[in-house]
Write a protein that binds this ligand. Structure first.
Ligand code: SAM
Length: 379
């Protein structure tokens, strides 16, 4: 039977109110309830599974670590990879263990941090445009100052928390919005002073940490490409790949990524490793047979070819898993991504079924069309 309620957890909306999960807004993330539901569907957790040692859950597109944090909170071993240094940093910081001493040092550090405020000696650069275009002068300087200042914090855990706080406040402190696959300038938008937003954010994070109950082990997290990586073993995977929707994560989160790495080249480096669900400019001629009828649509061919490689790796890593995917509308044609992935999966030895689904609005400018988002269970 298709479950229509869990479909609400395909998005990040329910997670926005959940401590720690909500430290960084990632529109493309799902909510932790989805992970719990998937693990029960798969028989990895639940009354009937008994206690047969610690179970391992793999997420090849771990994003901001929703699966990883859920695993830690429920005594499972999380193993996660992503090609985004930003996503990995957010996941690691959310899933790290913090002591009361770390929290106290963070409070002390926060008190004095703006008293030494000065002109930053470092300039933030981004591949697509100069970031100062999207921030007021004072905010731009405070961002650069804080980024530099974080490097000098002796306690690595505190440095990580501060850096995550800084990265997470960029949208509310700048004159831009993330609009589908692009960053759009919005001159009339009100921008919060970095100083206030940063303080508020760090305080909230520290309060969350103090309320957090002791969890399991920190997950294993690596900067790897899901099309190539098969060097691990897990009881199941729970994941959501990039959708076939022309969104390039290295652009949408490029400001945060270049601020994190302090290198403008990092966005291009990441782009070269992403699953190709967006226009890359490269010529391509090898869509899997199941997707042959869509091979005339440039990004559909590359997307399904990449996803076949991912599924082959998953087959080596885990006997079963759950994958949340979205159907697409491209060039006026509806593409049933879920059915395509089930067919590709069947050819390589997985049995797949749609266990839950929800209609969502696909923003296909100038139209808004309905397309299904679904959770596929593979065994
Ligand atoms: C839909 S998001 C996953 C969000 C995640 N479920 C969460 O809740 O945070 C897809 C992720 O895939 C990553 N990605 C894109 N191409 C990849 C690849 N080739 N290998 C691994 N990760 C990749 C992106 O950086 C992005 O973080």
């Amino acid at each position: 039977m298709v479950n229509m309620e869990i479909g609400d957890c395909f998005t990040f909306e329910p997670a926005k109110g959940i401590p720690v999960h909500n430290w960084f807004y990632y529109k493309e993330a799902y909510s932790p309830q989805l992970v719990g539901w998937a693990l029960e569907e798969l028989g990895v957790v639940g009354a009937e599974t008994g206690n047969q040692g610690r179970k391992a859950v793999f997420d090849p597109f771990c994003g901001i670590g929703t699966t990883m944090l859920y695993a830690k909170e429920h005594g499972l071993l999380g193993i996660g990879i992503d090609v985004s240094p930003l996503a990995l940093f957010v996941s690691k910081t959310k899933c790290a263990d913090y002591s009361e001493k770390d929290a106290q040092e963070a409070e002390k550090e926060l008190k004095g941090i703006f008293s030494e405020r000065r002109e930053a000696g470092w300039g933030w650069e981004f591949e697509l445009f100069h970031p100062s275009r999207f921030f007021g002068k004072r905010n731009y300087n405070d961002i650069c100052f804080l980024r530099e200042r974080v490097e000098g914090i002796g306690n690595e855990k505190v440095g990580g928390l501060f850096l995550l706080a800084l990265l997470s406040i960029l949208p509310q402190c700048g004159f831009f919005i993330k609009d589908g696959g692009v960053l759009r300038e919005q001159k009339g938008k009100s921008a919060m002073p970095v100083k206030d937003a940063f303080r508020r954010k760090v305080k909230r994070m520290l309060a969350d940490l103090r309320e957090r109950r002791a969890g399991g082990a920190e997950p294993e997290l690596k900067l790897e490409d899901a099309r190539e990586f098969s060097d691990t073993e897990a009881d199941a995977f729970v994941t959501s790949p990039p959708y076939l929707n022309n969104i390039d994560y290295s652009k949408v989160y490029g400001l945060e990524l270049s601020l994190l790495t302090m290198r403008k080249e990092s966005t291009k480096e990441m782009r070269d490793r992403e699953v190709r669900g967006f226009i890359t400019g490269e010529s391509f001629g090898g869509a899997p047979p199941e997707a042959a009828e869509y091979s005339g649509i440039p990004i559909a061919g590359t997307y399904f070819a990449d996803m076949e490689r991912v599924l082959r790796n998953l087959k080596r890593i885990a006997p079963k898993g759950c994958m949340v995917v979205g159907n697409a509308v491209l060039g006026g044609r509806h593409i049933p991504v879920d059915e395509m992935l089930i067919s590709i999966g069947e050819r390589i030895g997985f049995e797949g079924r749609i266990a839950a689904a929800k209609e969502r609005v696909a923003d296909v400018r100038p139209q808004k069309l309905r397309a299904r988002e679904s959770a596929i269970i593979f065994r």
